[in-house]
Design a protein. Structure first.
Length: 550
């Protein structure tokens, strides 16, 4: 029966209004959905709906058919209160109506609440920093808000809050965030960043990137990526976990000052750290006699002597257009090396290739599932095949992931893993046979101790590096992928590039007792796939381990 009371006029959409002004504009009169009102709504729903004497109802955008709105209209119908107009507005405008009704005391209380939420957020960030977390997740659910942190690549519970407190903490973060903007044309998806000026970051954290995403049922999720203070101009690459041959490939890449060099991997794979150290090493090895220009948003790289171009959109200009303008400006600035934060669309990829073709060294990151897969990603971004076939343009491809390093104090044996049911006997036998190591020298993640974080003492790189030659690029353009991969993997004595697939690198770490085979199968590849796809490398694993031990 409630539907009979609904107005036939369409819902109107209005911009955000100051507290109470939208109701006044429509002659809404006194608020009747506040505390003690005829249509009082719960505090948790007050950002969604406000009802006024005179028949005006203001609702949050997109919530016309939500259960809360329907419930209020049904109560109005039963109470014989006419609803004459429904207007859509912003949640802040709706809350402003409640504040205006309650007066200045309510606003002062709101300010105190916001300060307390910011203090709570500061404490959460500080706890995460003490654990060396890379990310903080705020997930607002129906009954609570769970806060998790990612430590050594693994999520773990940190604390919980009420749903209202969770939303308030998220709002408090964005209230002081910079670099805010919408993505994908959907204004409900927001990004931003906390800087040192926010007052929320502890010592050792320079920046926190924010990504807010609405979820079903008017719930929410916010991811916060923590950027730690790096050692000034840190340039040591040897301790990241690369193999000797891979380090040699990286040395060749940074000795050159022309061509395109791309680092790939999933989110939180350490690409930025590797890129930063490579470029600092390059600057030092070239005695600071080269000019480096960095174009990135947000700024994350700490490169000695680099000029970081600001991304400042002009009136009516998008951030992507401003990004392209900054890239063009580098060509007029006498650069030797240009660094882009990420190749994420066709226009940026085209400009990166143009920079490489003009005789500059162009470094960036890109999302791809393998080193050779970077070529497919460039093709997907519209780069012409003849450019991909030119070894003077495509000069260095790197793929990496991060996996946990086992704590030496509490790591578990294979025998314990089998007994506890966390390691299958079949997998254990395969690893023993492949590595040529007794099970006593192979380990799994332990339960954790005072020396580690849940059995892990850190993370190490698992990688692939490729220095493309004309033969490899020609095979790619002709679509002969199997032969291209065989050429990369073949030893140099047979005319190949002596490449090392990521799974072989990972198995070397397992054989050395440094990594958990379960995580390798989860994060890199299965042992069965290793045996099928890389039989020559699998056959040489034990000998390679002996060589490294030696």
């Amino acid at each position: 029966m409630a539907e009979q009371a609904l107005p036939t006029a369409p819902v109107q959409a209005r911009p955000v209004s100051p507290s109470g002004s939208l109701a006044e504009e429509h002659g809404g009169g006194r608020l009747i959905s506040g505390p003690g009102g005829e249509l009082e709504v719960p505090a948790a729903d007050r950002r969604l709906i406000a009802a006024f004497q005179g028949g005006l109802v203001i609702i949050a955008g997109g919530s016309r058919w939500s259960p809360e709105v329907k419930a209020l209209l049904d109560r109005a119908f039963r109470a014989e209160i006419d609803i004459l107009q429904i207007v859509e507005s912003d949640s802040e405008a709706i809350l402003g109506a409640y504040e205006a009704e309650q007066g200045g005391a309510s606003r002062a209380n709101g300010q105190r609440n916001e300060i307390e939420r910011q203090r709570d957020l500061r404490r959460i960030i500080a706890q995460a920093a003490e654990m060396a977390a890379s990310d903080i997740h705020f997930k607002v659910l129906a009954g609570h808000c769970e806060v998790k942190v990612r430590v050594n690549g693994r999520l773990r519970h940190l604390t919980s809050r009420t749903p209202d407190d969770g939303m308030a903490i998220i709002n408090a973060a964005f209230a002081v965030a910079v670099d805010q903007g919408a993505e994908s044309g959907a204004t409900d998806f927001m990004k931003g960043a906390l800087t040192r000026k926010s007052g929320l970051l502890p010592v050792g954290i320079d920046r926190a990137r924010l990504q807010y995403s609405p979820t079903s049922g008017r719930r929410a999720f916010m991811a916060m990526r923590l950027n730690y203070t790096s050692g000034q101009g840190q340039a040591d690459i040897t301790d990241l976990g690369y193999l000797p041959q891979q380090l040699a490939d990286l040395t060749i890449m940074r000795r050159r000052t022309s061509g395109l060099y791309l680092l790939s991997g999933k989110v939180s794979s350490g690409k930025t750290t590797t890129l930063q150290r490579l470029l600092n090493a390059m600057v030092r090895e070239k005695l600071h006699e080269i000019s480096v220009f960095a174009v990135e948003e947000p700024v994350e790289l700490d490169i000695e002597g680099a000029a970081h171009l600001a991304i400042v959109p002009k009136s009516g200009q998008s951030r992507n257009e401003a990004f392209v303008d900054a890239i063009k400006a580098t060509l007029r600035s006498d650069p030797n090396v240009v660094v882009l934060g990420e190749l994420r669309d066709r226009e940026l990829a085209a400009h990166a290739i143009e920079l490489a073709m003009s005789g500059h060294a162009m470094w960036s990151t890109i999302h791809a599932g393998s080193a050779l897969g970077i070529l497919d990603r460039l093709s997907d971004l519209g780069i012409e095949s003849w450019k991909l076939a030119d070894p003077s343009i495509i000069r260095g491809l790197v793929y990496q992931r991060l996996v946990g390093v086992l704590c030496r104090h509490c790591r578990a044996s294979f025998r314990d893993g089998i007994r506890k049911g966390v390691l299958t006997r079949q997998l254990a036998v395969s690893v023993v046979e492949l590595t040529g190591r007794p099970s006593s020298r192979l380990h799994l993640r332990g339960d954790g101790c005072q020396h580690c974080q849940r059995g892990l003492s850190g993370r190490t790189v698992i990688a692939e590096t490729v220095l493309p030659d004309p033969n490899l690029l020609d095979l790619y353009i002709r679509g002969e992928r199997g032969q291209m991969r065989a050429h990369w993997l073949a030893p140099d004595r047979r005319g190949g590039l002596d490449g090392t697939p990521a799974i072989h690198h990972a198995m070397l770490r397992v054989g050395a007792g440094l990594c958990d085979i379960n995580e390798i199968e989860e994060e890199v590849d299965l042992v069965s796939s290793y045996l099928r796809d890389y039989p020559d490398h699998a056959a040489s694993l034990a000998a390679d381990l002996d060589r490294f031990d030696g």
